[in-house]
Write a new protein. Sequence first.
Length: 468
Amino acid sequence: MTTTAAADETLTPKGTRRVDAARDHLWMHFARHSGLHQGQDVPIIVRGEGARIWDDAGRRYLDGLAGLFVVQVGHGRRELAEAAARQAEQLAYFPLWSYTHPAAIDLAERLAAYAPGDLNRVFFTTGGGEAVETAWKLAKQYWKLVGKPAKHKVISRAVAYHGTPQGALAITGIPSAKEAFEPLVPGGLKVPNTNQYRAPDHVREDGKAFGRWAADRIEEAILFEGPDTVAAVFLEPVQNSGGCFPPPPGYFDRVRAICDEHDVLLVSDEVICAFGRIGSIFACDDFGYVPDMITCAKGMTSGYSPIGAMIASDRLFEPFTKGTTTFAHGFTFGGHPVSAAVAMANLDIFERESLTDHVKANAPAFRSTLERLLDLPIVGDVRGAGYFYGIELVKDKVTRETFYADESERLLRGFLSKALFEAGLYCRADDRGDPVVQLAPPLICGQAEFDEMEEILRGVLTEAWSRI
């Protein structure tokens, strides 16, 4: 961790210390506030440049999570700020409610060109959860319009995260994330995920057999519920929550065939995986399948302005071309002119700097660098794809024994998160499944940053093992 001169501005406009104002007024997301009210200070990040971020004391960190799987092109890109300023000066806001503006038109055309198959219709949102919510609502209405009104249920995977709105939360497969807000929208069904490290013994060592087994669980759920009641299957190309589960060989081929056979829509939830995180602009291309819808957000602007989208096939849009039929759904800031302009400039950087090719070329080195950590007794598995990896932590490598809940609490929240940050690495220590450390750096990173991550992780994980 490198220290530079601390910033002078540590006070709010009212003259309050920012750490105190945060403690008194800011309600953070997915955050425990008890520590703040016991006198702890929240980290305040004030600047970013490339793959680095700085806090208000001048300390520098490697951004190993691209903010939150977002900052694909790196921090501090002046041209993205300038694109936002130009658009704000020309047209700061106008809605897409029966009107439109050039930035939304241009971005929709561009996204449709990137998308596979006939996914040509782009519905803008302000983020990923809204995109998922939009996809489920569209699926429900579509089936009503084509004479199959009973098709309303959705299938997703255990431990998968799909967002926080009531519908998206019903699709999410994390019980602890849902219990405080139940009852949720009915119709969300769960099947096993693709964590091969925790697969049943009879398929654990055979990726293709495991892929067939996991995909067949989707068909099993469709048949059990009745195909005439199931509207869609929601899957991430690489599942985030639980620690970066890639699809086994043949998995998506089989899922696509199952959906076609039973007239069920396939939604590729790429809120994290799109825009180069796995390699291509859309990760379904990396794994060779064509969904009926794509949901995306985060990397579309590299986080310089909020936006999301649901991209649908021509087939799904066709019923809305007739008579008075309307998709009665929308968001005030969906397709915001400034965000759309920033997205266009961000995608210009992708193309000019060949970022998707950069990820594809360097992903094997990222994997092999992280796999060095497999010599540590606490590291059970290293898995993922592209620039998106999870490191699962275990008590026993031979038996794959995981940590009890109280042990995981002490390990992740009591030590690892703070220790990694203090060592100069911002990343995620997560226990929504088995305990993992997740890494998803900006796409501009290369071997020097990979080595730095591995070195910091090695030191902190070695100390963590000594504390068990």
